[in-house]
Design a binder for this molecule. Sequence first.
Ligand SMILES: [Fe+2]
Length: 443
Amino acid sequence: MTAFSELETEKMRDRVAQQLARSRARSTALTDAVDEHDLVRQHSKLMSPLVWDFAHIGNQEELWLVRDVGGREPVREDIDNMYDAFQHPRADRPALPLLSPVETRSYVREVRDKVMDVLASTPLEGRKLVENAFAFGMIVQHEQQHNETMLATHQLRTGDPVLHAPLPPAPPGPVINREILVPAGPFTMGTSVEPWALDNERPAHQVHVDAFVIDKYPVTNAMYLEFVTSGGYDQQQWWSEEGWAYRQKANLAAPRFWVRDGDRWLRNGFGAVEPLVLDEPVVHVCFYEAEAFAAWAGKRLPTEAEWEKAARFDPDTGRSRRYPWGDEDPGPEHANLGQAHLRPARIGAYPHGESAFGVAQMIGDVWEWTSSDFHAYPGFVAFPYREYSEVFFGPDYKMLRGGSFGADAAACRGTFRNWDYPIRRQIFSGFRLARDPRPDELR
Ligand SMILES: [Fe+2]
């Protein structure tokens, strides 16, 4: 090994250690914010008790990093089944003999101590699982993804607010929401070079995308309110068949966490009820609501390929960027990520985060529903296990792109793909509109 690559390996280890520490700080903050009772309680049958998420984070870390990468003895083999997400649906998890909050905290600490030892001593080469510290990166992303889920649990929790964060930045000047034409042509979708990209983001491949028009900003509360007040939820013509069936069954009337107050609407954000901020992206809508709104507005949702092209393609160089703004990692000037602010930012707040086409706030703020199902890219290879992505491929899930204010930069990239059931509303999901161009726009 050359001195140069030793230096690179040390830098990689430092980066991993920093990211692990950052993720753990967030898990700790989210679990320390509530008392023991709130940690073991199920706040919604859609969610696990917070203490299950925390121990599951530790258990996955043990399985992959302590046992597999490190080849060490198990810490707690006896609890593997209890914290296997495939074995127990969320609704059943509170009935399991879960580790108590005290046991959970000591378990995750013990695992982490061993992981730091493994990190210091394992060569980060020779095995695909450890190349570029992939397994460590996967575990960092896993913890951050659960942190977003835990934040969603906090949103479902009742009681006085316990989470606090500063407001996101305000738009620096007047904001005009406009449509942007993306011309027809091929672009590179997905990645083969991003070291911590997951199997479903790979490999990079050329996709031809017909010309389309996309909104500069996500749909705002003001726009969505018009749909609500004009009776959109009672007009079947805007809804797909499945969407209308779900609207009826679940009695949908407004986004989740909107609260009716006479003839106006308020929203509940982590226990604080306040008037709607009209120029904030709408959040907590399901795919069916997004689809119905788009039909009502005379538009449609973008496909996943359209979304990624608008976000990453640079027409001047012909290449796809890592992020809308370029190849640099996200900073606070680019995007509302990482639970730094506990709400989406008003549209226009991140001019430095715009894509080459000028499409704004694609990363951060709200996950954006697309019209696409979850499919493998051509050349897909399941790694490191089928349960990561492959078992979810098919028409049951819709793709969400871009990450929310609750997602961390480590688990969010221009290529990052998220998927969920079309009925999900407790996630931090919004959308933006697209449409086919008119003939006069293509001349
Ligand atoms: Fe998990």
